[in-house]
Design a protein around this ligand. Sequence first.
Ligand code: ARG
Length: 253
Amino acid sequence: MKLLSRLVALALCLVTTLVEARTFEEIKKDGKIIVASEGGFPPFNFFRGPTLTGFEIELAEALAKKMGVQIEWRALAFDALLAGLRQDRWDMVIASFGVTPVRAKAVSFTNPHYCSGGVIVTKNPAIRKADDLADKVVAVQTGTTYLENVQKLAKVKDVKNFPKDTDARAALVSGRVDAWVTDKFVAKAALEAAPSAGLTIGDFVFIEHIAPAVKKGNTSLVEAINKALQEVMADGTYEAISKKYFNEDIRCR
Ligand code: ARG
């Protein structure tokens, strides 16, 4: 029985790796691209009522327009997004994924759609730099580069991780942790949304390039997305969407 279930698991594995990702030509013929995001990382991807919106959602819509396809959106937990590419459940992911060597082994990244990094957010203005996190309890979202980088800081007392970044923020606001490490622009938006929460933004812990991802090796789709990205960055579309959300152009320079 055990052997049988192992064989079944092995067969399933083989099937999922043998199924080919849809090429851009196939997506184009179909007329729609399936794009997955999270919906919990304002102002990049979030829900306004029932509607998925944000900088990345509007940017992806602009890219799809250039590519001549419609988007069919999926919203899922952050840690399910890259795995779904491998299983061909969607064609592309846009959810503020930083390009890391480990992720680049599992998926293919396009060119970055913005540059940012993880910053320290606290209620205590004395905590500003990575060194100030010594003996402190830090909240981060599970599966993120924030978790990875805070874990590298030797003297941190405890890293509490939350499936949702908004819950990591809530832990800081209610005083259950000393600091929250998140994206610089997410931190800025959180401060603006709740000026009375007493939050302050400290230094960068690290910086990163953020990019959309597709199934590992789906070169035709990477090329099509890169071309569209180049076009929206050249014709003012990118700048307009970026300024709408951040009052500045956040592309990598
Ligand atoms: N930039 C960070 C990372 O690459 C966080 C991304 C979080 N994204 C989200 N949709 N919650 O891990």
